[in-house]
Structures are given as structure tokens and as C-alpha cells.
Design a protein around this ligand. Structure first.
Ligand code: AHG
Ligand code: MN
Ligand code: MN
Length: 342
């Protein structure tokens, strides 16, 4: 990973990268800028979450202006939807917060090329306790012809068709990490100038790390392959990095981001109580998989299938999810294969 010495903002980098595609209209670049803008609005709200819940909010959830308080994940959902519709570059959105797709049918949007899948606020159970949360997004080209309303089919495309994907992490600092398939790039928000500044030019995740991240409270419900892999992670092996260390926050964005930088594996397997897995293919797994792969990592379902090649069959489809450092994901896959019948 190289760190730039000159300050470059998100918009400057997007424009620079666009010049690599002389025939591009610049729509995708503008769309990414609009996502950055919505992220700044949500960031300012997330930063005030403690104030609003503990100080400004009343028992009836009415704030000092007399407006009813919105849950932050609804607020984030509405903010991103408004910003994306205002861009005129998006014809529809699938959001974890909405049962059905949101269709933009104003004249400008009907003719636009892109659809967006979004988890507006990931890890929302962590808001009240001041732990990092995030936004995850994924951009595809529409399938239905321009001028028509988009349909659910437009959103059921495999992750290999993603044009861009990324996340915002609202953490000890706020970062936006994205890829358009030319590597994974990270920007850190500087609140004093209100800009995302380039901080991680070409993110490369270590081939092997020392961290495993999984909700071990679910241990008794894990497939045996996962149990055996965890045993391997915890075993002492002189001359290697094992035993690994365990880190799990419960916000995918934060758990993934840490492992991306330091090297590690994140697993959310099928469990007896979530037999299809918990994480959602469209809003969480596909975008994270794209970022992982672009940083040299891997993302599979633990059963030998590359996440980005899974054909979605429904909007809110869940899958089991293994992602992170390449060698660790491959090793976990080995255990899953060896103990597949148990
Ligand atoms: P969301 O807040 O968008 O519903 O996502 C929560 C997800 C993910 O962020 C996290 O990794 C996982 O749920 C945590 O699940 P457990 O509490 O079951 O560990
Ligand atoms: Mn989520
Ligand atoms: Mn969410």
C-alpha cells in the first residue's frame, strides 16, 4: 500500500481515473461523487447520534425542533435515495430497508444507465453504543432499455457485473473505500474541509493474516467444517502465526475493513437458526467481495463458489460468506470440503 504525500480529494481522483477511459461520459464518476455527498450528510448525523439519543431526544422521540426522531437506518436510507434520485444518473435502487425496489420514473432518471444496491446503514445495532457502522453500495448497469421503468430483474445480476462497489465506514475516522475494477482505493474524511481525501491509494490485503472474525456465540450451530477450521485457527503451531487472534465487532463493514488492512478472515456461515446464512448477497456480500478481490483477497460462500458468480434469485437473498486474505479463505474452504458431510 502506498500513501500519497499530496492531498487529493475524492472528486479529483475520480476525474483522474476517468481520463483513463477517453470515451466515458463521466456519468459513473458523477454518480460516485453523489454517493460521497450523501455519505457526508449521513456522517454528520451519525456523529451526532449520541447527542440525539441521549440528550436531544425525549421520551416520545421528539427532538428540539418538534420533529419526530427517525431511526438512523431509515434516515440513511432516505438520504441515499434522495441523493441518488437527485443525481439523475440512477433509474432505481434496491435497499435492505425496503421490501421492493424503488423505481425513479422522472424523465431524467428513466433515461439513466445505472441501478444501485445499498445497505444504507450496516451494523445498526452498534449505533447506540458508539461502535463503527457503515454504508455498503454496489452499482450495476441496467438491463431493461433506457426510457422504461426498471424491474426487479435489473437487480438480479451476478456480482461479476458490478461496475463499481464500495463502503463508507463511520469509525474513529470516516472513510470511503471503493473500486471500479482497477484496484481498491480508500479516502479519509477531513471534517475541517468537508472532503474525502485520498489516503490509501492501492489497498493490498496481506495474503495471510492473523485475525479470524466470526460470531463464536453461534458455535454450537456452525457446520462442522467451520468448527474444525476454528480449532485450526486456535491451535498453537510453532513457526507459524497460529494461534490467530479473534476480533469481531458485529458490523460487517468494520470487521472487513480491519481485516482488509491487517490481514484476516471474516466468516458468517450458515447456522442451524439461519440455514441460508445471515448476510445479504446484493447489499453486503457482492460489494464486499468485489473490494476484497480487487485488493488481492477472496470471497466465497464456503462451498467452493465465488460470491461474485452466484446468480441472485431474489432481492433479499442471504448466503453464507467467507472473505478476506486469500490463503486463509482457501484454508477455510479446505476444512469445509473435508467435513462437508458432517
Ligand atoms: P445490518 O445492521 O445492516 O442489518 O447488518 C448487520 C449484519 C452485519 O453488519 C454484521 O456483520 C452481522 O449482521 C452481525 O450479525 P450477528 O449479530 O449475528 O453477529
Ligand atoms: Mn448490513
Ligand atoms: Mn443495514
Amino acid at each position: 500500500m502506498s500513501v500519497s504525500s499530496k492531498i487529493l480529494t475524492l472528486n479529483e481522483v475520480i476525474i483522474q481515473k476517468q481520463s483513463a477511459f477517453p470515451y466515458a461520459k463521466g456519468d459513473l464518476s458523477r454518480l460516485l461523487s453523489h454517493i460521497g455527498l450523501a455519505a457526508k450528510i449521513v456522517n454528520s448525523k451519525v456523529n451526532k447520534a449520541g447527542l440525539e439519543i441521549s440528550i436531544l431526544g425525549t421520551a416520545d422521540n421528539i427532538n428540539v425542533q418538534g420533529e419526530s426522531q427517525q431511526k438512523l437506518d431509515v434516515y440513511a436510507d432516505e438520504t441515499f435515495i434522495k441523493a441518488l434520485q437527485a443525481s439523475g444518473l440512477v433509474c432505481g435502487i434496491a435497499s435492505e430497508e425496503n421490501d421492493e425496489i424503488v423505481i425513479f420514473d422522472d424523465d431524467l432518471s428513466l433515461d439513466s444507465d445505472y441501478i444501485v444496491c445499498i445497505d444504507p446503514l450496516d451494523g445498526s445495532s452498534n449505533i447506540d453504543v458508539n461502535v463503527s457502522v457503515g454504508t455498503i453500495f454496489s452499482i450495476f448497469r441496467r438491463i431493461t432499455p433506457a426510457g422504461q421503468k426498471v424491474s426487479t430483474e435489473d437487480f438480479l445480476q451476478p456480482g461479476t457485473k458490478q461496475i463499481a462497489a464500495g463502503y463508507v465506514i463511520y469509525g474513529s475516522s470516516t472513510m470511503l473505500v471503493y473500486t471500479t475494477g482497477l484496484g481498491t482505493t480508500g479516502f479519509t474524511y477531513d471534517p475541517s474541509i468537508g472532503e474525502f481525501c485520498l489516503s490509501h491509494y492501492f489497498m493490498v490485503t496481506p495474503k495471510t493474516g492473523k485475525i479470524y472474525s466470526i460470531n463464536e456465540g453461534n458455535y454450537s450451530k456452525f457446520p462442522n467444517g467451520v468448527k474444525q477450521y476454528l480449532k485450526y485457527c486456535q491451535e498453537e503451531d510453532k513457526g507459524s502465526d497460529r494461534p490467530y487472534t479473534s476480533r469481531y465487532i458485529g458490523s460487517l463493514v468494520a470487521d472487513f475493513h480491519r481485516n482488509l488492512l491487517k490481514g484476516g478472515i471474516y466468516i458468517y456461515p450458515k447456522t442451524a437458526s439461519a440455514p441460508k446464512g445471515k448476510l445479504r448477497l446484493l447489499y453486503e456480500c457482492n460489494p464486499v467481495a468485489f473490494l476484497a478481490e480487487q485488493a488481492g483477497g477472496l470471497a466465497t460462500d464456503g462451498y467452493g463458489n465465488r460470491v461474485m458468480e452466484i446468480q441472485p434469485t431474489s432481492l433479499h437473498q442471504r448466503i453464507s460468506f467467507f472473505t478476506g486474505s486469500k490463503n486463509m479463505v482457501l484454508k477455510a474452504e479446505e476444512f469445509m470440503e473435508k467435513y462437508k458431510d458432517e
